[in-house]
Design a protein around this ligand. Sequence first.
Ligand code: AMP
Length: 283
Amino acid sequence: MIICRNSSEARAQVAQWKREGLTVGFVPTMGFLHAGHVSLMGLAAREADKVVVSIFVNPTQFGPNEDYASYPRDEEGDASKCRSAGVDLLFLPPVADIYPEGAETFVECTNLPEHLCGLRRPGHFRGVTTVVAKLFCLLAPDVAVFGSKDYQQLKVLEKMTRDLLMPIRIVPGPTVREEGGLAMSSRNKYLSPEQRHQALAISRALGEARRAVEAGENHAATLLAAMARTIETAGGRVDYVNIFHPETLEDLDVLDVLDGPAHAAVAAFFGPARLIDNLRLRE
Ligand code: AMP
């Protein structure tokens, strides 16, 4: 596995592979890798000849009171996971390569961020689209893989790629969960054993909502109240629960009665950790 800390070198290596007629699959991450990230590397390997993983804790997607400085890091452990997963190039760019002195250009998707996490984390998706666009410009992969765990992020990046006419195929990966259902996340590190147990309420709330829909419940307000109750009873603090159209991300609770495709998402605090998860309720 090549480890590269320099943007020009990473660009040159990928360009070399492409000249050789090889396709390149890309998995952008913020590191502190877990089995969810590794599953995306496996998907990238199925979709392309060479796999590139980036680890970059992107300052512009964190709000002023968020965890940029304390975001967990483990470069050695991450490198060894990438090596075992058969990654060809691990890219660890310095901040100054991605945001050159005086950088003032951002990429912004205007509508999809006006929902869900975008409302709770102003500027977050602007940071995400900006960094992913920069990484796409630098590496020009054929395929990029993103997890459905960050559902809104996946939708925003699909839209950005399409809107900016980027010749990159976006492949979604399924959410990988711990035993018991907790979605894997680098931020699970912030949880005490007790909080980790309490946080199972997030996936439980989503599962209960889906089962209720399958059993015929179609009132969004009823489903949302039950989800919030499950999380609060377990000791969590709800940031939001939402039921929305899976493509437009528009709230469906205004319609009250669900009769088309519907997706649910939760953001909740357990102790210091803000955790998110989502599930399709109706096709
Ligand atoms: P992050 O390092 O948290 O920025 O995530 C990097 C990529 O891994 C994103 O595409 C995430 O959606 C994806 N990811 C994070 N957690 C999971 C998970 N539990 N299952 C699948 N993909 C995930």
